[in-house]
Design a protein around this ligand. Structure first.
Ligand SMILES: Nc1ncnc2c1ncn2[C@@H]1O[C@H](COP(=O)(O)OP(=O)(O)OP(=O)(O)O)[C@@H](O)[C@H]1O
Length: 204
């Protein structure tokens, strides 16, 4: 169970943002709400890039608040700037799997994730040589191969055409069925319907 308990964060000159919800291990939860409601802020708090004023984040029976980002149970796809420009597409995906040099089996796992998202032929390119939608799929592939048990996806399909979107939805659905917990920020209710996920609404 991921439990977000009265987690509070305050930007200067804004009213406090308060998050309170839980999601069972292996389940999927949509995070929805109007632009500016605080959805990305929630992911930054979970990932450990922002420090909450108060409240708790618990995974299982343990608070993650004392853990740095690299020790938390979250693989994260943010809205932009997810890729390292000097690394190939394959090596960017590989960082989701291991911080060390990849062995041949690991390279195969990364190549398969790229193929699932129909960008297998781009493995040796640099991110700067890709379209926005292709970059988004590389970032998603990196989350898909990650051993971390929870995926935080901030609008992962926003730059995708309908066919790529279908591939990406199927890939997220598959890892969820295999046991990964998924939190998905989306402005498109049809995505959550397609994935059969309930939603946590922020900002009402
Ligand atoms: N660094 C910052 N300093 C001050 N205010 C900020 C900062 N970052 C975000 N905000 C404000 O905090 C609020 C929540 O922002 P956040 O990015 O979490 O919203 P969101 O729900 O993800 O929006 P969107 O759907 O447009 O991505 C917004 O009103 C935003 O203007």
């Amino acid at each position: 169970m991921l439990r977000v308990d009265q987690l509070t964060y305050t930007y200067p000159e804004y009213p406090p943002l308060v998050f309170d919800f839980s999601v069972a291990a292996g389940a999927m939860l949509g995070v929805v709400g109007p632009s500016g409601a605080g959805k990305s802020t929630l992911f930054n708090l979970l990932a450990g890039f922002l420090v909450a004023d108060s409240g708790d984040i618990r995974w299982g029976d343990q608070s993650v608040l004392a853990q740095g980002p690299s020790h938390r149970p979250f693989a994260v796809l943010f809205q932009g700037d997810n890729l390292f420009e000097h690394l190939s597409v394959l090596d960017n995906v590989g960082l989701g799997l291991s911080p060390r040099l990849l062995d041949p089996v690991q390279r195969q796992v990364c190549a398969a994730a790229l193929a699932t998202l129909d960008i297998g032929e781009l493995a040796q390119r640099l991110p700067g040589e890709l379209s926005g939608g292709q970059q988004q799929r590389v970032a998603l592939a990196r989350c898909l191969v990650s051993p971390r048990p929870v995926m935080l996806l901030d609008e992962p399909f926003s730059a995708l055409d309908p066919a790529s979107r279908e591939d990406a939805l199927a890939a997220v659905s598959q890892v969820n069925r295999q046991g990964k917990t998924v939190l998905l920020i989306t402005h498109d209710a049809a995505d959550l319907e397609r994935l059969g996920a309930p939603s946590y609404r922020i900002g009402d």
